[in-house]
Ligand binder design. Structure first.
Ligand SMILES: N[C@@H](CCC(=O)N[C@@H](CS)C(=O)NCC(=O)O)C(=O)O
Length: 257
């Protein structure tokens, strides 16, 4: 891309397009953007494009060209086009250097926890949520095994996280990093997914500490109905339950409806 002086426009000047929706994987990236701002990074313009996954926007041509996997979030920045929320966290962390993604050997500690979230927490919590809220109409005998399997796995993962947080303020030590950003939105939704975290005192303390950060607070507002950041209205719950059920059944609402 050429700048006004005919040279390469720097990354700091190229607008960022964030394609997202108000869900845990979407909030990872909006929290990252706001935490970078909190850390003093002067980000380029961020153009937030809402992909309403309950209407099937993720299957549209424009979004599919950006993200062949047809899941939010996705990000475009200059020539870089990215799917997968954790890849986006690492990209933003490297492009705009701060303590959120430390350099050198410390980086690997953070990276392993980011992968741990993507490979374990996301799938277990996401599946538990689906069978709890979105596939609630299935016969009980079809739900019993997945509910038990994903519920037990979520508890196992919470135990791992709780032990990691025993003598650390944040997942990788005293600094808040992209590892915390990756894990927080899924753990935060524990009441909605009916995954009881109250037996994990360190996780409860960490959740409160992370939630109190101004960058996290702003990041959570992206796409959320005003005033419903922490507590959805009955109407919003019903909308997510309906939309989630359609997604779980591989259908989406008629965009024209
Ligand atoms: N591993 C992916 C998961 C993305 C994902 O599953 N996104 C959900 C929302 S949280 C989605 O777009 N669902 C729409 C669908 O399943 O059709 C990531 O971390 O980005």
């Amino acid at each position: 891309m050429s700048g006004a002086n005919g040279g390469e426009t720097s990354k700091a000047e190229q607008p960022i397009e964030l394609w997202t929706f108000a869900t845990p994987n979407g909030w990872k990236v909006s929290i990252m953007i706001e935490e970078l701002r909190e850390a003093g990074v002067s980000l380029p313009e961020v153009d937030v494009r809402v992909v309403d996954i309950m209407r099937g926007d993720q299957f549209g041509d424009e979004f599919t060209a950006l993200n062949p996997n047809q899941r939010i979030p996705a990000l475009a920045h200059g020539r870089v086009k990215l799917m997968e929320s954790c890849a986006i966290l690492l990209y933003l962390g490297e492009t705009f250097p701060t303590a959120l993604l430390p350099p050198g050997e410390d980086r690997w500690d953070v990276v392993q926890w980011v992968f741990w979230q993507a490979a374990n927490v996301g799938p277990a919590f996401g599946n538990k949520l689906s069978y709890t809220r979105y596939l609630a109409d299935l016969p009980q005998e079809q739900r019993r095994h997945p509910l038990e399997r994903f519920g037990n796995e979520a508890q196992r993962l919470l135990g791992v996280l709780d032990r990691q947080l025993e003598d650390r303020r944040f997942i990788c030590g005293n600094e808040f990093t992209v590892a915390d950003i990756a894990c927080f939105p899924w753990v935060r939704g524990w009441k909605w997914s009916k995954i009881d975290i109250t037996g994990h005192a360190n996780v409860m303390r960490w959740l409160k500490t992370v939630r109190a950060r101004p960058g996290v607070d702003r990041g959570l507002t992206y796409g959320a109905p005003p005033g419903e950041t922490d507590q959805w209205s009955e109407e919003t719950k019903a909308r997510y339950a309906r939309g989630g059920a359609l997604i779980a059944a591989n259908r989406s609402e008629d965009p024209g409806a």
